[in-house]
Design a protein around this ligand. Structure first.
Ligand code: 11C
Length: 344
């Protein structure tokens, strides 16, 4: 079955990654592209400053970019991937859902809404059933599923692997690539030869999204996980790949070997974009590394290393490709989950 899909915010950094991952794709065919009013009416080739590491797919290059409004998208498009700026997403995404479209959105608006599934398929695919609650409460013909922030996606699967030992508290410190800040980040010379100990509302996102992702859904409502999470977020001059240092305290004592085994054996899924294994564990002291490990599993896997016991609990590092696993690939995976579960 081929599903016709659209990309909202197609000219941005994540929109470009979405196009790269969707063309070709075994289940999805790109049939609509939208962007800001200044891009609408232009060919995608002209409107996008294409920066990803493969050519623009020929059929997409010639497509005309439309304004980001429901009337611009053909009715036979069933699924929309959204990478809109969050302020725009907050305004227009509900209009698309009202108009009957199913959204798999990377935009940060509405991630913490009680009836919006925030999903990493390998971690909490069951939260997708929140869509029944969403339909009852909002009366939409369409639906909205979100993926978390790229830094959240990098460390939460490792916590899910350790959850069997009883998570009590987590401290995470990030070293985040400039592509997380979109075009402005990649092209800004201010970041070169610099490290900045602040990224907008990033710390709050890691702390709240992780508890929602690890929460329990009983069929009617979601109870967030009680694990305490403290995050500090830093920008470093790397193009792609967020590296994170994590300290975890668990109810049961956990050895480094137990933790490595739990991460290595953490199950993946059989969705087209889900990597196997999901988590690669390295024992070399200088791994994971942003350039070497960010492309594992086509950019969809997570690298973990430096696992050791410390006075502050288990300590380790983890890394993921922020615009693939952390953003565009995360949305595509949620689209695949929606398809598998009959929502399209
Ligand atoms: C960054 N993680 O690296 C951010 C970008 O919540 O989706 C992604 C923001 C988000 O700056």
């Amino acid at each position: 079955m081929t599903v016709r899909v659209g990309v909202l915010g197609a000219t941005g950094a994540v929109g470009q990654r979405l196009i790269q991952l969707l063309d070709p794709h075994p289940s999805f065919e790109i049939a609509a592209l939208t962007a800001s009013d200044s891009s609408a009416g232009r060919s995608y080739r002209d409107a996008a400053k294409w920066r990803v590491d493969s050519p623009i797919p020929a059929d997409v290059a010639d497509m005309t970019v439309q304004a980001t409004e429901p009337n611009s998208v053909p009715d036979d498009v069933d699924l929309l991937f959204s990478s809109l700026p969050s302020s725009v997403g907050a305004e227009v995404e509900p209009d698309f859902c009202k108009a009957g479209y199913v959204l798999s959105s990377n935009s940060s608006n509405a991630r913490m809404d009680a009836d919006v599934p925030l999903v990493i398929p390998e971690v909490n695919a069951d939260h997708l059933d929140l869509l029944e609650v969403q339909r009852d409460e909002r009366g939409w013909d369409g639906a909205m599923v979100k993926n978390p922030n790229c830094s959240t996606i990098t460390f939460v699967p490792t916590l899910a692997a350790l959850a069997q030992f009883g998570l009590e508290s987590v401290h995470v410190s990030t070293l985040q690539a400039v592509s997380g800040a979109g075009y402005d980040g990649v092209t800004s010379m201010e970041i070169i030869d610099n490290a900045i100990p602040h990224i907008g509302s990033e710390e709050d996102k890691l702390e709240t999204e992780s508890r929602k992702l690890l929460g329990e859904f009983d069929g009617a409502s979601l109870t967030e996980n009680s694990v305490e999470v403290a995050a500090s977020c830093n920008r470093i001059p790397t193009i792609d790949g967020h590296l994170e240092n994590v300290w975890v305290e668990t109810e049961e004592e956990i050895s480094a070997d137990d933790a490595a085994a739990a991460m290595e054996s953490y199950p993946s899924l059989e969705l087209p974009s889900s990597p196997d294994p999901l988590i690669h564990v390295f024992s070399e002291p200088d791994r994971p590394q942003p350039r070497m490990d960010r492309t594992l599993g086509g950019g969809m896997a997570i690298a973990a290393g430096g696992i050791r016991e410390s006075p502050f609990g288990l300590q380790y590092n983890c890394l993921a490709h922020n615009t693939i696993r952390g953003a565009a690939g995360a949305s595509v995976l949620n689209g695949e989950l929606l398809l598998e579960n009959g929502y399209l």
